[in-house]
Design a protein around this ligand. Structure first.
Ligand code: MRU
Length: 336
């Protein structure tokens, strides 16, 4: 897990320098956390939402007034635009600011958000692991493990549960350009857990699928629209197209807290665009190592949208859904 909350101290594991250094950064202020979220020292849809709730609770413990907390929450809510968990968790916390019980109301809510994510991860892992056969070769993208959640992860949590069940999965770890969350973080987590894995260049996925070396693709999500389209790390859409062409099952794995009921389709999801140097270079312990001409323009969308028709199933905490079941389930919930 990439967060530590000890009463009035909140710290994050700096994911920009993993796997080379395990360095915990104390976040004392909203500016500290916004900066950490924006430079991806802390990342992954559930983690950025949960860390925001925990820091707001920390500030409440330290004596922030309801007015100050609401003002800070409004700033944090805009730290990154694509992951709906950030917005949802902050909104859930803000609902408790006006309670006569403040600050306990806010502290309890943050604790509940944290505990909830751990439980959702466990349920997702059980649901997803049931889909995995013995010795399956699973391709995954970005990092969706313990670093990206409060629990065991989403797509990587499924792989971990299958590993614990003795199914001996093998993971093709997409390096995940430009910031290498797969090659740095997923490989690190797999190594610690003793899960068989091999890092590949993102562009090697097609060749592996063509050669029959991939049994399943499991990816996470930053926001799932009401029609099942979803945004995830840039490169996910191309994997979905490839999996469809090669008739390989392609699952999106996420907690129900990543579903955005106000977003009818993927077209309405805001896609974060990041700095050009992330594409012009690669991240290193001492910052970005640039290898492209500094004057060459670059385009750096952080996420893409995969259309629902390319998805075999939605692995959520409530179960594994086909497209029809996902839409029906969503509509039933929203009409309550
Ligand atoms: O830019 P990042 O590293 O925050 O992107 C993360 C992803 O795309 C993950 O797949 C997603 O947030 C799900 S994490 C459980």
């Amino acid at each position: 897990m990439g967060m530590r909350w000890e009463h009035d101290t909140f710290a994050i594991l700096d994911q920009t320098i993993l796997p080379h250094e395990e360095h915990w950064l104390i976040c004392d202020t909203i500016d500290d956390l916004i900066e950490a979220i924006q430079r991806l020292a802390i990342r992954g849809a559930p983690t950025i939402g949960i860390s925001s709730a925990l820091l707001l609770a920390t500030l409440a413990i330290r004596g922030a007034s309801p007015f100050e907390l609401a003002r800070d929450a409004a700033r944090l809510r805009k730290a990154r635009p694509t992951a709906v968990n950030l917005i949802n968790n902050i909104d859930r916390l803000v609902e408790k600011i006006d309670s006569p019980n403040y600050p306990e109301s806010v502290i309890e809510q943050a604790q509940a958000i944290f505990n909830e994510d751990r439980e959702l991860c466990d349920r997702i892992a059980d649901n997803g692991a049931a889909l995995i056969g013995k010795n399956e070769r699973i391709l995954t993208h970005c990092n969706t493990g313990g670093l990206a959640t409060a629990g065991i992860g989403t797509a990587l949590g499924v792989i971990r549960r299958a590993h614990e069940q003795g199914k001996n999965p093998m993971v093709w770890v997409d390096e995940t350009r430009p910031l290498l969350q797969g090659g740095r973080l997923t490989a690190w987590e797999c190594g610690k857990l003793g899960i068989r894995h091999s890092i590949i260049c993102d562009s090697a996925a097609a060749m592996l699928m063509q050669g029959g070396e991939v049994d399943t693709v499991l990816v996470g999500a930053d926001r799932i629209a009401a029609n099942g389209d979803f945004a995830n790390k840039i490169g996910t859409y191309s994997l979905a197209v490839l999996a469809s062409f090669h008739e390989i099952p392609f699952y999106v794995v996420a907690p129900s807290t990543t579903i955005d009921g106000n977003c009818p389709t993927g077209a309405e999801i805001e896609i974060e665009e990041r700095g050009m140097n992330e594409v012009r270079g690669v991240p290193g312990v001492e910052g970005t190592c640039l290898w492209a001409p500094k004057s060459s323009p670059a385009f750096n969308p952080a996420f893409d949208v995969t259309p629902a028709e390319l998805v075999t199933g939605w692995v959520l905490d409530g179960g594994v859904y086909t497209r029809e079941q996902y839409i029906q389930n969503y509509q039933e919930k929203s009409s309550l």
